[in-house]
Design a protein around this ligand. Structure first.
Ligand SMILES: *Cc1c(COP(=O)(O)O)cnc(C)c1O
Length: 430
C-alpha cells in the first residue's frame, strides 16, 4: 500500500501517525502522501522514457489544486474534460501548452476558453464537435491541434460503467467515420488534424487491450500517411491499474514493454493520461465508527461517519476498497480475500456502511474486520483517485477535508466544508 503502513499497532502515512492527523482535523478526512504521488508519476515517466512522451495527469481523478501543483512542478501536463478542469489545471500552475482536452460534450464556451489559453490539443469525439471547433477557431483566428478520439471497439474487461472503448459507448469515433473525416480534412482548414486518441476504460489489468487497440491504430496511421495526412501524436489515454486488494498487478514497465514497440513502429510522439495510477493508492479516506449494531437475524453493521457522498465508488461501480482499523493489534492480511470472509478470533463479519439515507450507502458487505467499537477509526484504502473528486454534499453533508503528508509534516490542502458553505449561493430574492 505504498507509503501507508502499519508500524506496531498503528497506521502511518509517511512518517506521520494517521491518528494524529485526524485528532486535529477530524473525520472523515482524505489523507494523501506526496511521496507516493511523485514516486508513481516518475515510475510511469521512466517506464516510457524511450520515446518522446507527454504525461497528462487526468484531473478528474483528483482535482485538488495542491495535487495538480505538485505534478505541474514535476513537468506534468494535464488531461481535462471540462472548462472547470482547465481552470483548475491553470490555477495550479499547469502549463496550458501541455493540456489535452477530451469529452463528448464540449460546449462552444469551453472551446473558446481553451483556445484562448492555447492548449496543446483537443481530443475531438464526433463530427459535430469537429465542425464546431473548426468554426470557432476560424472566428478567433487560431489553428488548434486536434486528435480524433477513436472508439476502437475493444472490450477492456472493466466494470460495465467504466468501459469506454466499445462500439456501444458514447465515446469517440469509429474507424470508418474517422477515415471519412480524414479524407475530407480539407474542409477543416482551421484545425491541425495531427493526432489520434484512444481511452479504453479503467482500470485495465492486462496490456492486451492497449496492444489490440494500438495494432488497429498502427494500420490506420499507415493509411493516413499514404493518403497524405501525417499523424504525429498518438494518445493512448489512461486506465493503468492499481492494486485494490494487495494482489500483485502489472506495472508501468510491463505496459511499456508491449506498447513502446508499436509506438516506435509508427514513429509518433506518445501521450499518456494517467489518473488512478498516480493518485489511487496515494490516498486514503479516514472515518470514525459512530455506532455498531446487530440485528436479531445476526447481521452486524459498522456505521461510520463517511458515506457514499464522500466516496461513491463502492455504490456506483461495486468497487472493492480495503478497510482496516487505524489502530489494531491484528495484522492486515497481505492480500485481501474478496470472496466470503472467514471468521477469525477477534474479528467480526460486518457490513461497513455510511449514514446516508440510501441502501446503496455500503462501503463493504460481509467483510472480516477486527472487532471495532464506537469512536474507533477506520481506514478506507486506495481512495486517492475518484474519491474526493466524485464527492457531493448529498444529504446536506459538508464534504470532508483533504490533507497532504510530506515526510513528518502535513498540510490541510482543502478545508472541511461548513454548513454555511452548503448554502452559499442560494438566496431568497426570487
Ligand atoms: C478518466 C480518463 C482518464 C484517466 O483514467 P485513469 O483510469 O484514472 O487512468 C484518461 N483519459 C480520459 C479521456 C479519461 O476520460
Amino acid at each position: 500500500m505504498d507509503t501507508f503502513e502499519y508500524r506496531g499497532k498503528t497506521l502511518f502515512c509517511e512518517n506521520v501517525k494517521v491518528g494524529d492527523i485526524v485528532s486535529e482535523v477530524g473525520t472523515p478526512a482524505y489523507v494523501y502522501s506526496k511521496g507516493a504521488i511523485l514516486a508513481r508519476y516518475h515510475e510511469l515517466k521512466t517506464a516510457f522514457q524511450d520515446v518522446d512522451t507527454l504525461i497528462c495527469f487526468s484531473v478528474k481523478s483528483n482535482s485538488n489544486l495542491s495535487i495538480c501543483k505538485l505534478l505541474a512542478e514535476e513537468g506534468s501536463g494535464f488531461d481535462v474534460v471540462s472548462g472547470g478542469e482547465l481552470f483548475r489545471a491553470i490555477k495550479a500552475g499547469g502549463d496550458p501548452s501541455k493540456v489535452v482536452f477530451a469529452g463528448v460534450g464540449k460546449t462552444d464556451r469551453e472551446m473558446r476558453y481553451a483556445l484562448e489559453k492555447d492548449i496543446f490539443m483537443f481530443n475531438v469525439e464526433s463530427l459535430a464537435e469537429l465542425k464546431h471547433i473548426n468554426a470557432i477557431a476560424k472566428e478567433v483566428g487560431k489553428v488548434p491541434r486536434v486528435a480524433l478520439r477513436i472508439n476502437p471497439d475493444i472490450d477492456a474487461k472493466t466494470h460495465a460503467k467504466t468501459t469506454t472503448g466499445k462500439k456501444e459507448n458514447k465515446f469517440g469515433i469509429d474507424f470508418t467515420e474517422a477515415e471519412r473525416i480524414i479524407t475530407q480534412s480539407a474542409f477543416y482548414q482551421n484545425v491541425d488534424l495531427c493526432g489520434l486518441h484512444v481511452h479504453l476504460g479503467s482500470p485495465i489489468y492486462t496490456v492486451d487491450p492497449y496492444v489490440r487497440a494500438l495494432r488497429k491504430i498502427v494500420r490506420f496511421v499507415k493509411n493516413c500517411r499514404e493518403g497524405g495526412l501525417d499523424i504525429e501524436f498518438v494518445n493512448i489515454g489512461g486506465g493503468y491499474c492499481i492494486s485494490y486488494t494487495g494482489e500483485k498487478v502489472i506495472r508501468p514497465k510491463d505496459y511499456a514493454g508491449k506498447i513502446l514497440p508499436l509506438v516506435k513502429e509508427m514513429q509518433c510522439n506518445l501521450i499518456l493520461e494517467p489518473g488512478r495510477f498516480v493518485v489511487g493508492n496515494s490516498g486514503i479516506l479516514v472515518t470514525r465508527v459512530i455506532y455498531t449494531k446487530e440485528t436479531v437475524h445476526g447481521k452486524k453493521f459498522v456505521i461510520c461517519d463517511a458515506g457514499m457522498n464522500d466516496l461513491i465508488r463502492p455504490a456506483l461501480y461495486d468497487a472493492f476498497h480495503r478497510i482496516w482499523p487505524v489502530n489494531t493489534s491484528i495484522k492486515m492480511p497481505k492480500v485481501e480475500n474478496t470472496g466470503k470472509s472467514p471468521v477469525k478470533r477477534g474479528m467480526d463479519v460486518v457490513d461497513i456502511v455510511g449514514p446516508v439515507c440510501e441502501s446503496s450507502d455500503v462501503f463493504a458487505a460481509n467483510r472480516s474486520l477486527p472487532r471495532v467499537k464506537e469512536g474507533d477509526l477506520l481506514t478506507i484504502f486506495s481512495a486517492g483517485a475518484y474519491g474526493f473528486s466524485m464527492s457531493s454534499s448529498y444529504n446536506s453533508r459538508p464534504r470532508p477535508c483533504e490533507v497532504l503528508v510530506e515526510g513528518d509534516r502535513y498540510h490541510v490542502i482543502r478545508k472541511r466544508e461548513t454548513y454555511e458553505n452548503l448554502v452559499s449561493g442560494e438566496n431568497f430574492t426570487w
